[in-house]
Design a protein around this ligand. Structure first.
Ligand SMILES: Nc1ncnc2c1ncn2[C@@H]1O[C@H](COP(=O)(O)OP(=O)(O)OP(=O)(O)O)[C@@H](O)[C@H]1O
Ligand SMILES: [Mg+2]
Length: 185
């Protein structure tokens, strides 16, 4: 099964928190939904899993996997896990080869595990594509407000974001100043 969201808008308490979202997780693909706090990731995921059963939360992950669902929708499944358990959980997801839509804050984990990333800012998708295409220094500055270099991981070849922890305070740009969104496929 494939997940495709077309032109999703969600209004909460009179405010458009998600607007015109298009995103895809292809058959057997892991698609990552990344973005700053409050960008609308959980709102998008909630809309998706309302249409799916069973619902897979973090504590229910093992049960959900045991039930062999066609698709997995996971919101920050690695939250509160130490690094080894994060690596194990993400390796397990990769090994599943199920259609997966996954919200992650850890962009390096997202780069390693996701076939495709969708970047949300202020409820709008501003870039979609392969992690190496999407996670550019310009996007990291504009959307996440961080200064970073993107290099090749010396062990795996994945995109590896080297954050500049000495210069934390870049202000994320407004949407119209973002680099062009990477084309959707
Ligand atoms: N029930 C609600 N009523 C009103 N506003 C809401 C509601 N739920 C979420 N919001 C607002 O919608 C926006 C998007 O929230 P959402 O939880 O989807 O973001 P998120 O990207 O998952 O953030 P987080 O980093 O907290 O996980 C936020 O501004 C949030 O305050
Ligand atoms: Mg959330």
């Amino acid at each position: 099964m494939r997940i495709a969201i077309e032109d999703l808008s969600v209004v909460l308490a009179g405010r458009a928190v998600v607007a015109g979202v298009h995103l895809v997780a292809g058959e057997g693909e892991i698609a990552g939904l990344v973005g700053p706090n409050g960008s609308g990731r959980s709102t998008v995921l909630r809309t998706v899993y309302r249409h799916l059963r069973p619902r897979a939360g973090r504590v229910l992950l093992a049960r959900a996997l045991a039930q062999q669902p066609d698709v997995l929708v996971l919101d920050e499944p690695t939250n509160h896990l130490d690094v080894r358990h994060q690596v194990e959980l993400l390796a397990l997801l990769r090994a599943q080869r199920r259609t997966t839509l996954l919200a992650l804050h850890d962009l390096n984990a997202a780069a390693a595990v996701c076939d495709r990333l969708h970047v949300l800012q202020h409820g709008t998708i501003v870039a979609s594509g392969a992690p190496q295409q999407v996670l550019t220094p310009a996007l990291l500055a504009a959307v996440f407000g961080v200064r970073a270099a993107v290099v090749e991981h010396p062990l795996t070849g994945d995109a590896l974001i080297a954050y500049d922890h000495h210069t934390p305070a870049a202000t994320p740009n407004q949407r119209q100043q973002l680099p062009e969104a990477v084309g959707e496929t």
